[in-house]
Design a protein around this ligand. Sequence first.
Ligand code: ADP
Ligand code: 5GP
Length: 220
Amino acid sequence: MAGILFIISAPSGSGKSTLVTQLRTLVEGLDFSISYTTRAPRGSEEHAREYYFTTRAEFERMIAAGEFLEWAEVFGNYYGTAVSALLHAKDLGKDLLLDIDVQGALQVMKKMPEAVSIFILPPSPQILEMRLRNRSAAENMTSEAIIEKRLNAAKHELKQVFDYRYALVNDVLDKAVAEMRAIVLYERGTGDDLRELAQACRTDTHTTALASVLTAFGEN
Ligand code: ADP
Ligand code: 5GP
């Protein structure tokens, strides 16, 4: 493809959508892949804006037809990235950003090792729980079972952080956005002055910020 493929993953509620939305206002030339999903729309979500909402039967037809670059079952629903999203970004000469879960990210890393992977961590399990609760309250959809399930999944997903090239902790939103912007511009070769900020997020340097989050989740 013409541009760079950015893979972004984070446990649900970490603030990935918030970060990506801000990033796209600051960085030009980033195409956002709209995934297919079998889950129902949430809050103000619209078909073909946040997701292509589809049925399990149609999703399974697409799997069989080889129409997905990757797909996975997350929280009981299918999610997948269509191969056509890559082709579309290539046609536009843009970089492509995939917001996908850890299972899907590992599939893409295997197929496209040059992809730039970024993992977003919540600061602690307590803050993650608070964000999950605030979001579901705002959407009038609080369910203890769902919150519990997402917190457990977060712990599991964090184990994969070192498979990613970069990781950043979404504590202060502006700081996390600045780090994400630095990574994108540095990887494009247009952000030499941002090198230090981007490099500090590399997982192979294993920052103290990363270590303290993993400890808070009981992973160290
Ligand atoms: P995700 O896309 O990772 O599931 P969201 O972007 O929906 O998460 O964020 C979950 C909740 O946390 C939202 O209510 C959002 O406003 C809030 N949030 C996101 N980032 C921050 C931050 N840095 N500080 C405080 N709240 C945040
Ligand atoms: P949500 O239902 O909260 O929008 O997303 C739940 C999870 O599914 C998130 O971790 C999100 O990154 C992931 N997801 C969204 N689209 C895709 C996709 O196309 N493929 C995969 N593998 N995961 C996705």
